[in-house]
Design a protein around this ligand. Structure first.
Ligand code: DDH
Length: 288
């Protein structure tokens, strides 16, 4: 039987699919949040849990769920992610055998698939660590910077230029909140659906600096309702990055394939999986 915390319980695929279904049901039910979905903020939680990885020291990454603790939870980059963590608390209460670190990544996988994104193969095996494993502030990207900063941050995790561009397409989803990051607005007109619109808009729209007293960000010339961060603009101002942005704008299938591969890599950074689990990744069935 599943859901037991005591005794010998080895969760199987079906047990994880149950949790997937539970998260999907909560996404359906709580559709009064933001643009109508907790999906984007769940993706952001999974990314910020993973993106602290440092390949030199092997520290950080999704193994540990150390954002539960004040030092890391209070890092400026993580502002607002308490909404995603709180959304998952009832799921953790119902299925206490799953670790927070596996749950947060499973929620990211579920959110991407339920928002009509590509299939994201999943492996459990993360364990929760204590406060001592919190990573230092400054490992996640700073939106006010440019291409050099992007390379510093993402090369440290072990990504290349193509992967940086593919990961950035996640900004098809969600929005900036002035109360969280200081920035304001969505990147696309469909912030609760995974698409390649981010690249199309970056390349085809004209972007002007927004005139306001908030942090420097860009707005689209046509509707003035969409936004780009300085780091987003680096994806089309840097020659090597731009080549990939053009490919992904032209070919959504290619983007889906590369996005799936790179997000699996991101979600698994620094996780000490048991041997021979590479071949047995779980493919969850979407609910719709
Ligand atoms: Fe992001 N992101 N992100 N992002 N991100 C924000 C929101 C979301 C940067 C800055 C911001 C990735 C890369 C970068 C998502 C996913 C991903 C916000 C707004 C800022 C600022 C937060 C707020 O105010 O609520 C920067 C800088 C980078 C970079 O330099 C590359 C990546 C790699 C991902 C990913 O998932 C793979 C998502 C989703 C959101 C929307 C959250 C929401 O609540 O909506």
């Amino acid at each position: 039987s599943s859901g037991e915390t005591k005794g010998i319980f080895t969760p199987k695929f079906e047990d994880y699919q149950k949790i997937y279904n539970e998260i999907a049901a909560r996404l359906e039910e709580k559709d009064d949040y933001d643009d109508g979905s907790y999906g984007p903020v769940l993706v952001r939680l999974a990314w910020h849990a993973s993106g602290t990885f440092d390949k030199e020291t092997g520290t950080g990454g999704s193994n540990g769920a150390t954002m539960r603790f004040a030092p890391e939870g209070d890092h400026g980059a993580n502002a607002g992610l308490v909404a995603a963590r709180d959304f998952l608390e009832p799921v953790k209460a119902k299925y206490p055998w799953i670790t927070y670190s596996d749950l947060w990544i499973l929620a990211g996988v579920c959110a991407i698939q339920e928002m009509q994104g590509p299939t994201i193969p999943y492996r459990p095996g993360r364990s929760d660590k204590d406060v001592a494993a919190c990573t230092p502030d400054g490992r996640l990207p700073d939106a006010s910077q440019g291409n050099k900063h992007l390379r510093n941050i993402f090369y440290r995790m072990g990504f290349n230029d193509q992967e940086i561009v593919a990961l950035s397409g996640a900004h098809a989803l969600g929005r900036c909140h002035s109360t969280r990051s200081g920035f304001e607005g969505p990147w696309t007109f469909s912030p609760t659906v995974v698409t390649n619109e981010y690249y199309k808009l970056l390349l085809n729209e004209k972007w002007n600096w927004k005139k306001w007293n908030g942090p420097k960000q860009l707005e689209d010339k046509t509707t003035k309702t969409l936004m780009m961060l300085p780091t987003d603009m680096a994806i089309v101002s840097d020659k090597a990055f731009k080549e990939w942005a053009v490919k992904y704008a032209k070919d959504e299938e290619l983007f889906f394939k590369d996005f799936s591969n790179v997000i699996v890599k991101l979600f698994e950074l620094g996780v000490p999986f048991a041997e021979n689990t590479e071949q047995s990744k779980m493919i969850f069935k979407p609910t719709s």
